[in-house]
Design a protein around this ligand. Structure first.
Ligand code: KIV
Length: 266
């Protein structure tokens, strides 16, 4: 029988070189399906803005949306660790970050929160951590800053950007970040960063050198609208059911079969 996944479970998995899986969910039914398939971390991502609400980006998602969907997911989960996104503009300063993280944990039932940013969020991460809030810091491509970045682009290809990302990762971990998440980063940089820090690193479009992988649920079930990003694999296409597709994903992440070279940026 599986047992509850905690931060120390994930920390031990990193230390022993055992990969873990993460997928997004936004409702109780899918959360139960993921939990039963052995997904260790369920992310209530602000990607719900796109895949549930039909928005063009995550920017429109607010705290009430996040609390509502986190609460739905919570009802479906027995073992997985629930990570919830702090949405756009919910952490412009430390006081608002504390208030909104507490809402996700108290009202939503999240076990940890995820914030996007590098050096900019170090002080916020420190205060959250000092107040007992487990934190995941999201680096690389930051979807909440898509309008500032000018689109969804691979981050860290230039030497100066790569150096800054490595420094930011170190500072975030020193400030108390318990997990890092890397989105759309060249695989050699992601591997170096993963080896440099002693907290688990979850990758999406960051190659197989990370400690764990995450995908948006709708993408890995082939439900994405339009062209799917290079790092996405449709697991339902080669499985007979949604549960089988999720089990296949968990197994492929653990064996290192996913992501393959074709899902990876150089
Ligand atoms: O919101 C989300 O689903 C995410 C993933 C893309 C990592 O942050």
């Amino acid at each position: 029988m599986s047992s509850k996944v905690t931060l120390s479970t994930l920390q031990k998995m990193k230390q022993s070189g055992e990969r873990f899986s993460c997928l997004t969910a936004y409702d109780a039914t899918f959360a139960t399906t993921l939990d039963r398939a052995g997904v260790e971390v369920i992310l209530v991502g602000d990607s719900l803005g796109m895949v549930v609400q039909g928005q063009e980006s995550t920017v429109a998602v607010d705290m009430d949306d996040m609390v509502y969907h986190t609460r739905c997911v919570k009802r479906g989960v027995t073992n997985a660790l629930i990570m919830a996104d702090m949405p756009f503009m919910s952490y412009p300063n430390v006081d608002e970050a504390l208030y909104n993280a507490a809402r996700l944990m108290r009202e939503g039932g999240a076990h940890m929160v995820k914030l996007e940013g590098g050096a900019r969020i170090v002080d916020t991460v420190r205060v959250l951590s000092e107040n007992g809030v487990p934190v995941c810091a999201h680096l690389g491509l930051l979807p909440q800053s898509v309008h500032k970045l000018g689109g969804y682009k691979v981050q860290g290809r230039e030497a100066s950007q790569a150096k800054q990302m490595l420094l930011d990762a170190e500072e975030l971990v020193k400030a108390g970040a318990d997990i890092l998440l890397l989105e759309c980063v060249p695989s050699d940089l992601a591997l170096r960063l993963t080896q440099n820090v002693d907290v688990p690193v979850i990758g999406i479009g960051a190659g197989s050198g990370c400690d764990a992988q995450v995908l948006v649920l709708h993408d890995m079930l082939g439900l994405g609208s339009g062209v799917s990003p290079k790092f996405v694999k449709d697991f339902l296409a080669e499985s007979g059911s949604i549960s089988a597709a999720i089990e296949k994903y968990v197994a492929a992440v653990k064996s290192g079969e996913f992501p393959a070279k074709e899902h990876t940026f150089e």
